[in-house]
Design a binder for this molecule. Structure first.
Ligand SMILES: [Fe+2]
Length: 345
C-alpha cells in the first residue's frame, strides 16, 4: 500500500518521493491534525505533502475539516509509521547554542533593532527567521572561530545576520549584499548609529560578483533560494567570495522546498567544490510567519485554508569549510532561481 502511494505521488508530482517520505508524513498525521504542524514534522516537501493528503482524502483515509484527521482505515494504514519524537531542549529550542551568550550585549541591541526592520515582501521571496535563530547562527559561527577578526560576507540578508554579527564587536569587517534597497538602507542606518564596521550594498546575486569581493572573505552566510540555479547564485557566489582553504560558509536548507534528492545534489556540489560539511543541524532556523502566506504559490493547494498560529517553516543550518580553492564561474545566471519543489514564493 505504501509502495502504491509512493508510485502515485512520483507520477502525479513528477518529483522524487521515497517510501520513507510517506512513512514520515503518516507519522506526522498520527501526531497532530494541524496542517502547519504536519508540514514541520513530516520533513517532506510541501509540494509532495499536499498531493499525499489529496490522495489519502480521495481514498477515504483522511478526513479534512478544521484539520487533517486520519479515518479508521487511515490509522490502520499509518500503524507502522513511527511518531516523530519531540525531545528538544526548551532553553535553546534544540539549537545547542544561545544568542544570549554573545559578547557586547549583542542580543539586547539586536532585538531592539529588529523592532524597526522592514517587513518581508513577496517581490524578493523574503521570509525571515526569528531573531533568536539569527543570533544562534552567529553564536555557532563564534564557536567555530569564524567571527573574531574575520572578514564576513552575507549574501541576501532579510534575517539581519550581518547586523547581529557586527554587534558582537568581533568581526574585522562585515559586508552585506541584498537586492532589496530597504534592507540596505536599514543596515546602513544601524551601522551609522552603532558605529559598526558593517557596510551594505544593493546587489542582485544573479549578476557576477564584483571583483573586489572575489576571494576577499573568511566567512559567508546565506539563506538561498533552493532551486539548483538559486543554490548556484547564493552558495556558488559565497564559495567564490572566500579567500580559500580553511574559510567557512553557513547555509540554510529546508525540507519544505527541497527533497532529500536535492539535498544529495547540493552535497555533491559542495564536495565537487572542495567544501566539506562540518555541521548540519536540522530545524535550527524557525521562520516568522510572513504577511503574504495567502498569496504564496502553495496556498490554493492547501486543503485547510487557515493561517498558521505559530512558526512552522524551519530550515537546517549547514556549516561548510573549504579544503582548497574551488574554481567557480563568475557569470550571469539566467533563468528561474526557483524550481518545481518551490512552494512559498
Ligand atoms: Fe539546549
Amino acid at each position: 500500500m505504501w509502495e502504491d502511494l509512493v508510485q502515485t505521488l512520483q507520477e502525479t508530482t513528477g518529483l522524487p518521493v521515497s517510501r520513507r517520505d510517506v512513512e514520515r508524513a503518516l507519522g506526522a498525521l498520527k501526531a497532530t491534525e494541524d496542517l502547519w504542524e504536519n508540514i514541520r514534522l513530516s520533513r517532506v516537501p510541501l509540494r509532495v505533502l499536499v498531493e499525499l493528503w489529496r490522495v489519502l482524502q480521495e481514498k477515504g483515509l483522511l478526513r479534512v475539516e478544521e484539520g487533517l484527521a486520519l479515518t479508521e482505515a487511515g490509522r490502520a494504514l499509518a500503524q507502522e509509521a513511527p511518531l516523530p519524537g519531540e525531545a528538544f531542549c526548551p532553553a535553546c529550542e534544540g539549537r545547542g547554542v544561545l544568542g544570549a551568550r554573545l559578547p557586547g550585549r549583542a542580543r539586547e541591541r539586536f532585538l531592539a533593532w529588529t523592532q524597526r526592520r522592514p517587513p518581508a515582501i513577496q517581490d524578493y521571496d523574503q521570509g525571515y527567521v526569528t531573531p533568536e535563530s539569527t543570533l544562534a547562527r552567529v553564536a555557532l559561527a563564534w564557536a567555530w572561530g569564524d567571527l573574531e577578526a574575520k572578514e564576513i560576507l552575507v549574501l541576501g540578508d532579510d534575517d539581519l545576520t550581518g547586523l547581529a554579527a557586527a554587534l558582537t564587536g568581533l568581526p574585522k569587517r562585515v559586508v552585506v549584499l541584498d537586492a532589496d534597497p530597504r534592507i540596505v538602507r536599514f543596515l546602513e542606518e544601524a551601522a551609522r548609529a552603532e558605529g559598526l564596521p558593517l557596510e551594505a550594498h544593493v546587489h542582485d546575486l544573479r549578476e557576477p560578483l564584483p571583483e573586489t569581493w572575489v576571494h576577499a572573505f573568511h566567512t559567508f552566510f546565506t539563506d538561498p533560494v533552493e532551486g539548483p540555479l538559486g543554490l548556484q547564485a547564493f552558495v556558488g557566489r559565497g564559495l567564490l567570495a572566500l579567500k580559500g582553504e580553511g574559510c567557512a560558509g553557513y547555509v540554510g536548507l529546508t525540507h519544505v522546498e527541497a527533497s532529500l534528492a536535492k539535498w544529495a545534489q547540493f552535497q555533491r556540489f559542495l564536495l565537487e567544490n572542495q567544501a566539506v560539511i562540518t555541521e548540519l543541524r536540522d530545524g535550527f532556523h524557525l521562520y516568522e510567519n510572513w504577511d503574504y502566506i495567502p498569496s504564496m504559490r502553495a496556498w490554493p493547494w492547501l486543503p485547510v485554508k487557515r493561517l498558521p498560529e505559530k512558526p512552522w517553516y524551519t530550515s537546517a543550518l549547514i556549516r561548510l569549510e573549504l579544503l582548497g580553492t574551488p574554481s567557480l564561474p563568475n557569470e550571469p545566471i539566467q533563468g528561474d532561481l526557483q524550481d518545481e519543489e518551490a512552494t512559498t514564493y
